[in-house]
Design a protein around this ligand. Structure first.
Ligand code: CA
Length: 323
């Protein structure tokens, strides 16, 4: 696997340039030549899969203005509390800092007045299929089932709905240009063994300190944990610091995670490359790309700036999408 050209996954689309998960961000990433376009999926009250990263809507839409008073006691406007018809009234915005009207990342897309709807998974898959046809270049899909346990508590089977939608659009087998990703290891095993998903699966790995899940991410990164993942999945999606860090003098240093994964036949797709938020002590973007691909030997990278990652990987003059 390590002698193949690594893949570039457009993280929430070309989200460094346009509101994340807007169709515009997906179209731009497709035009850049990204190998895969990412979808995060959460469900509406009526069980419609939306392409949305958070459980709530307020950090990437104008929901707080359109549906003032519809937040729960914790202040969040949960997507699962809104019907698709209601979500259709919202406009995507560049991501805000939590609890604030300020953009999370200065310098990113600023035209809030431009209408961009929240997209359903069905619409996005149709959009990508049509773009693949009209350009003659096939970008793959890389779909994450978000918060399956939360959805189950609301009577919704997120995985089943996502897999059925992918299947309707022709994504069913390991040879199809698609990955399904999830942070929840029990759910990933269920996706494989109970829902009989034939697509390639990726176990996402977070940090126990994030406290966002019951999963033991530390155990996952040890040999026995990776053995267990390899029985279910085709790859892992670690956070960049789990594979590579920089010493204060700017020297890169790898962990053993990629080697342990490769020894078990697992590909490694690391997240997330952001040109405007480089890892601590990393000297510059070129050094980050060189270390991730040349030293850490990851097989793919989630990038907010897929054009920059593609440029680092593919020498000038080669058409996009080769290898
Ligand atoms: Ca994701």
């Amino acid at each position: 696997m390590s002698d193949l050209t690594p893949i570039v996954i457009a993280h929430r689309g070309a989200s460094g340039y346009l509101p994340e998960h807007s169709l515009a961000a997906k179209a731009l990433a497709h035009g850049f030549g990204a190998d895969y376009l990412e979808q995060d999926v959460v469900l509406t009250q009526d069980g419609v899969p939306l392409v949305l990263h958070d459980l709530w809507l307020e950090e990437v839409t104008d929901v707080a203005r359109v549906f003032a008073g519809r937040a729960r006691d914790d202040g969040h406007f949960y997507a699962v509390d809104f019907t698709l018809d209601e979500v259709r009234q919202l406009n995507l915005l560049e991501r805000r800092a939590p609890g604030s009207a300020a953009r999370l990342r200065e310098g990113r897309f600023s035209a809030d007045q431009v209408r961009m709807p929240v997209v359903t998974l069905d619409e996005e898959l149709a959009f990508i299929r049509a773009l693949n046809a009209s350009t003659g270049r096939e970008a793959g899909v890389y779909t994450e089932v978000k918060f399956p346990a939360f959805h189950r508590r609301h009577g919704l089977d997120a995985s089943r709905i996502v897999l059925e939608t992918l299947g309707r659009h022709g994504y069913r087998r390991s040879t199809d240009k698609a990955f399904v990703q999830c942070f929840d290891p029990q759910e990933l095993a269920r996706i494989r063994n109970e829902l009989h998903c034939g697509l390639r699966l990726v176990q996402l790995i977070g940090e126990n300190a994030w406290g966002d899940s019951d999963a033991d991410y530390e155990a996952m990164r040890r040999p026995a944990g990776l053995d267990a993942i390899a029985r279910v999945a085709d790859g892992i999606g670690p956070w960049i610091p789990q594979v590579l860090n920089w010493k204060p003098d700017g020297t890169p240093e790898t962990t053993d995670l990629v080697a342990l994964a490769h020894a078990r036949g697992l590909v490694v797709h690391a997240y997330t490359l952001r040109c405007d938020q480089l890892p601590p002590h990393a000297p510059d973007l070129a050094a980050v790309h060189a270390a991730l691909f040349g030293l850490a030997r990851v097989d793919g990278l989630f990038s907010d700036f897929p054009d920059r990652t593609l440029a680092a990987l593919r020498p000038a003059g080669l058409p996009c999408g080769t290898g």
